[in-house]
Ligand binder design. Structure first.
Ligand code: FMN
Ligand code: COI
Length: 379
C-alpha cells in the first residue's frame, strides 16, 4: 500500500523559508545543511582523504561540453528511456545509500515512494534503516536491492532470499568497499549512528559497533570493517550470477579490464563509480573513465555512471559519453532532509524538467538519441 505523501506540497515543503522554492539540486543541499546536525551533514557530503576525487568528479563533468544539433524539429522530447531493458520515466535511478533515517524520520520508504511516483528505480542499501519488506511495500515503483557482501555468507544468502521475496526487481552488488575509505570528517567528528537509526536488514545487535561513539573514530568504519567480507574475487561474483535470475549490476568499476571481466561473468550492467569520492581518494573521476568502459563493454552490457551528477545537463553529459543511465546520490538525501517524500519528489521533478530542456536544446527527441551527440573534453 502506498503511504500518503508526507507534509505539505513539494515545492512549499522543500522551499524551507517559504519564499524561494529550490530551482536547482544545489538548493536542496543548502536547505539540508540548515536542517541537519553537522555530523550527519558531514557524513553525507564528505569524501575520503583530502577529497581530491570528490572534487574531481564535478570538475570532470564540468569539462564535458556537449555539441548541440539544430533544426531537428524536436519540440517536446520524451525523457523516457530503458534501464535494464525496462522503460523508466528517465534514465536515472536513486543510488543506494545507507541509513536514510539519519536524514528524515520517514527515511527509505519516503525516498522509495518519491522515486516510484517519479517513475524511476530506487536502489535499497543493504544498510537500510528500514527492512526491505517495508520499503517494497511503500512504493509501486521498482526497487533494486544493493548487496554489501558480509563476512557471514549465511546472512548474504538470507538477504538475497528476502530481497527476492519482497519483490526487488534487480540486484546490485557493490565491489569498491573491501574496507571503508578513510573519511576524515567522520573520524574528526567521532561519527556514530544515533540509537534510533539501525541497520534494519541485519539481525538485531549486528550493528552495535556502528553506534559506539568514540572520539577520533568513525563508528561506521569500525562496523563495516567487522561486518564486510574484505577479499572477494571473481569467483564470488560468478557464484552470485548463478544464484539469482534477477538482472545483476556491479557497482564500483573504474578499470575497463574489470568491466570486461564482469561482462564475461554474465552481469547485465556495470556502474562506473568511485562511490562519490568516498573510497580511494586519488581514484579518477567517473566521467574520465566512462568512455573507456563504454568502448570496452558497451556493445555487450549496459554501462551506468554515478558520482557527481547534479543536474539534467549532467545526465545528458553521461548519455552523450555513452552511458545508458546514471545513479543520483547525495542530492536525493539532501532533498529528503529538506522536505521528506515531497522534497524528494520535487527534486526528481526538477531533474526531469532539466533533462527535458537539455534534450530540447541539443535536438534529441529522447535520451537514447543523446549518444549521437559529439562531446568535447577540455577547455
Ligand atoms: C551517505 C551515503 C551513503 C551511501 N551508502 C551506500 C551504500 O549503502 N551502498 C552503496 O553501494 N553505495 C553507497 N553510497 C554511494 C552511492 O551509492 C553513490 O555511489 C554515490 O553517492 C554517488 O555519488 P554522488 O553522491 O556524488 O551522486 C553512499 C553514499 C552516500 C553519500
Ligand atoms: C555505511 C557505509 C558502508 C555506507 C556507504 O557505502 C557509504 O557511506 O559510502
Amino acid at each position: 500500500m502506498l503511504p500518503p505523501p508526507a507534509g505539505p506540497p513539494a515545492t512549499v515543503a522543500a522551499g524551507g523559508d517559504g519564499d524561494r522554492p529550490p530551482v536547482s539540486l544545489a538548493d536542496f543541499a543548502e536547505l539540508a545543511r540548515r536542517a541537519l546536525p553537522p555530523g550527519v551533514w558531514d557524513f553525507v557530503g564528505g569524501g575520503s582523504g583530502v577529497e581530491t576525487t570528490l572534487a574531481a568528479n564535478r570538475a570532470a563533468l564540468d569539462r564535458v561540453a556537449v555539441l548541440p544539433r539544430v533544426l531537428t524539429g524536436v519540440e517536446r522530447p520524451r525523457t523516457h528511456a530503458p534501464l535494464l531493458g525496462r522503460e523508466q520515466a528517465m534514465p536515472v535511478a536513486v543510488a543506494p545509500m545507507a541509513y536514510q533515517r539519519l536524514l528524515h524520520p520517514d527515511g527509505e520508504p519516503a525516498l522509495a515512494a518519491a522515486a516510484g511516483a517519479a517513475g524511476v528505480p530506487y536502489v535499497l542499501s543493504t544498510l537500510s534503516s528500514t527492512p526491505v519488506e517495508e520499503v517494497t511495500a511503500a512504493t509501486a515503483g521498482p526497487v533494486w536491492f544493493q548487496l554489501y557482501w558480509l563476512r557471514d555468507r549465511g546472512l548474504v544468502a538470507d538477504l538475497l532470499d528476502r530481497s527476492h521475496a519482497a519483490g526487488c526487481a534487480a540486484l546490485m552488488v557493490t565491489v569498491d568497499v573491501p574496507v571503508l575509505g578513510r573519511r576524515l570528517r567522520d573520524v574528526r567528528n567521532g561519527f556514530a549512528l544515533p540509537p534510533e537509526v539501525t541497520a534494519a536488514n541485519l539481525p538485531a545487535g549486528r550493528d552495535d559497533l556502528a553506534h559506539a561513539g568514540t572520539p577520533g573514530v568513525s563508528a561506521i568504519a569500525a562496523h563495516t570493517e567487522a561486518a564486510f567480507a574484505p577479499a572477494l574475487t571473481w569467483a564470488d561474483l560468478a557464484w552470485l550470477r548463478e544464484r539469482t535470475r534477477l538482472p545483476l549490476l556491479v557497482k564500483g568499476v573504474l578499470d575497463p579490464r574489470d568491466a570486461v571481466r564482469a561482462a564475461d561473468v554474465g552481469v547485465d550492467a556495470v556502474v562506473v563509480s568511485n562511490h562519490g569520492g568516498r573510497q580511494l581518494d586519488g581514484a579518477p573521476a567517473t566521467a574520465t573513465m566512462l568512455p573507456e568502459v563504454v568502448a570496452a563493454v558497451g556493445e555487450r552490457i549496459e554501462v551506468l555512471l554515478d558520482s557527481g551528477v547534479r543536474s539534467g545537463t549532467d545526465v545528458l553529459r553521461a548519455l552523450a559519453l555513452g552511458a545508458s543511465g546514471v545513479l543520483l546520490g547525495r542530492p536525493m538525501l539532501w532533498a529528503l532532509a529538506a522536505g521528506g517524500r515531497a522534497g524528494a519528489q520535487a527534486a526528481l521533478d526538477l531533474l526531469a524538467v532539466e533533462l527535458r530542456d537539455a534534450l530540447t536544446l541539443t535536438g534529441c527527441a529522447d535520451p537514447t538519441q543523446a549518444r549521437r551527440l559529439r562531446t568535447l573534453t577540455g577547455d
